[in-house]
Design a protein around this ligand. Structure first.
Ligand SMILES: [Zn+2]
Length: 578
């Protein structure tokens, strides 16, 4: 498609679709003055900083800094390229995208079409005369209704069923190999999956990118996944995500198997996803962080292997801002058994009672190390410190540190100094520079930084509770950026109606060049503390500022005195004496 046509289509799509309507197709927006706001879908937060500006048809999140137009939004939301976002929005707007002969269909979209065709072929085979054994298998496991819901299919035992079907359609069978659906052998190209129940694996957009194939008997391997292809990367996908991310519940549930996801869905439990037979990866954790849900519950078998897998996942999630919880099931039990025997409510009850991540981690650590024994306690402390070192938010880290210390039966100070040592060691190795910036809670920063920080912290408290504005002493705000923000807050409050909402737009307008600082200050913490704590917070920081101001005044006087002495100005010196 020539560039001109893109531009034309872009304009037509923008005319047809407002920013508000595009966003509201995903989640509701709340009007606040001339703008709309919502919790940001791209980062975790508790107060809305995702703002839609209807006049310019743009959006911006003042928490994570993401912003743009409808195309950028869909690209971010669906994790797709610009042309793909164009296609999605063109379809919604009813604007035809010309696909002239000049526009070659990319390899990815060719493979996608092929995978879709294969899914259709497998699904038909499951329904047809050859599908009997697979249908029996599903019936035995109570998963008959999962077939239409998840698009299940059956790969017949033949070596060439799919290959023949595809070549009869005139498609190059080499593409089948690239799509992970066929293999090149000594006797030519043959089907990759044979005599297996076929479970389509979709990306976050719901497009089939690969398959999990399960044997119908006890032969091995029980599951065969698609090989890695340009579309299929085991560590970066989650089975069930395209459904789960759209569910109304505010949590994801991570289970171990495909059948667990399907059984849970049939039992009415929403938000359930599974890894692809490998251990949980950081990419998968990040994937779950994208959709603005609050909680992740990890469900694992309670046996040795399950505990190990749970701990690996816990370690991966240590740096996450999500509220992570864990359920360890009875040995050898899986969620599919549970919902089959006791219904969805039984699983829901377990999820609601899930253990907070750090408590689960402590239990696993104490299970390995006898904390009553000196050597055991030392080893346990090392493992706890290693975990805490990954926690990004300093407030959360400190809270966990105190909790962990009390469970271990040592003082927070002892555990804290162990953590400090670990941070120092890491800094020496230079790893800290490469990784995400991490505040060292024990470093004594220079006076200047203390002062700016105190101002930032007051602003943070005020942005959470505007009634604290009365306790702020504007004169103590010496940092120009913080000062401008404080003035912006005064201005915003002036234009605010009786009951709020806080006019972010006014603040942002007032502090244009400092808006990233506002974002940093307003959202650097995930937890909103209680009103009483916030007031304390302001008072304490105010004391810090006053103390620093006093020190500065004193130093200035001393300097003046020294100068007077040097200049031999006895009168002035005497003045000081008095
Ligand atoms: Zn955001």
């Amino acid at each position: 498609m020539p560039a001109d046509d893109w531009t034309w289509a872009k304009v037509r799509i923008k005319e047809a679709l407002s920013m508000v309507s595009v966003v509201e197709a995903y989640f509701p927006l709340r009007r606040s003055g001339r703008t709309f706001s919502a919790l940001c879908p791209f980062h975790k937060e508790k107060t809305p900083s995702f703002i839609v500006f209807p006049e310019s048809d743009t959006f911006r999140c003042f928490g994570c800094g993401k912003g743009g137009d409808i195309f950028t939004f869909v690209q971010e939301m669906e994790r797709v390229s610009f042309p793909e976002a164009m296609e999605i929005l063109a379809r919604r707007a009813g604007v035809p995208l010309q696909k002239g002969p000049a526009r070659d269909q990319g390899l990815k979209s060719k493979l996608l079409s092929l995978l879709e065709a294969a899914q259709d072929f497998y699904a038909r085979t499951l329904e047809g005369p050859q599908g009997g054994p697979a249908r029996d298998y599903l019936a035995r496991r109570g998963l008959t209704d999962a077939a239409p819901l998840f698009g299940l299919g059956y790969a017949p035992p033949s070596w060439t069923a799919l290959v023949e079907r595809v070549s009869s359609l005139g498609v190059d069978t080499n593409l089948l190999v690239k799509a992970g659906l066929a293999k090149k052998g000594d006797l030519g190209i043959h089907d990759y999956f044979r005599n297996r129940l076929m479970i389509p694996i979709r990306d976050a957009l719901g497009r089939v990118v690969g398959f999990g194939g399960r044997v119908l008997d006890d032969s091995e391997p029980k599951y065969l996944n698609s090989p890695e292809t340009p579309l299929f990367s085991k560590g970066k996908l989650l089975f069930g995500l395209s459904r789960a991310r759209r569910s109304k519940v505010d949590r994801f549930v991570v289970v171990e198997g495909y059948t667990d996801v399907m059984a849970a869905a049939l039992a009415g439990v929403e938000g359930v996803v599974a890894g692809l037979g490998t251990s949980f990866t950081p990419d998968q954790a990040r994937l779950l962080e994208r959709y603005g849900k609050k909680q992740v519950v990890l469900v694992f078998d309670g046996d040795q292997a399950g505990r190990k897998a749970a701990e690996r996942a816990l370690d991966i999630f240590a740096s996450s801002s999500l509220d992570v919880r864990v359920v360890l099931l009875g040995e050898g039990r899986d969620p599919a058994d549970l919902v089959r025997d006791q219904g969805g409510a039984a699983l829901e009850a377990l999820l609601d009672a899930a253990q907070p991540a750090f408590d689960a981690k402590l239990e696993l650590v104490f299970g390995r190390n006898d904390k009553e024994d000196t050597a055991g306690a030392a080893q346990a402390a090392r493992e706890i410190v290693e975990y805490l070192g990954k926690v990004q938010d300093p407030v959360r880290r400190e809270k966990l540190l105190i909790h962990g210390a009390s469970k271990l039966g040592v003082s927070p100070r002892a555990l804290g100094s162990a953590l400090e040592k670990a941070f120092r060691r890491e800094r020496r190795r230079g790893r800290a520079a490469a990784g995400p910036s991490r505040e060292d809670p024990f470093r004594v920063p220079p006076e200047e930084a203390v002062e700016v920080r105190a101002q930032e912290e007051i602003l943070w408290a005020v942005l959470h509770d505007l009634s604290l504005l009365g306790e702020v002493v504007p004169e103590s705000f010496r940092d120009p950026g913080c000062r401008r923000i404080l003035e912006g807050i005064y201005k915003a409050v002036e234009t605010m109606g009786e009951e709020g909402p806080f006019p972010w737009e006014t603040l942002i307008d007032a502090v244009r060049e400092d808006s990233s600082l506002v974002a940093k200050i307003a959202f650097w913490r995930n937890e909103t503390p209680k009103a009483k704590d916030l007031s304390q917070w302001v008072k304490q920081n105010d004391r810090t500022l006053r103390k620093l101001a006093d020190q500065r005044r004193l130093r200035a006087l001393e300097e003046e005195l020294r100068k007077a002495k040097e200049a031999g100005d006895q009168q002035r010196v005497l003045q000081f004496r008095r």
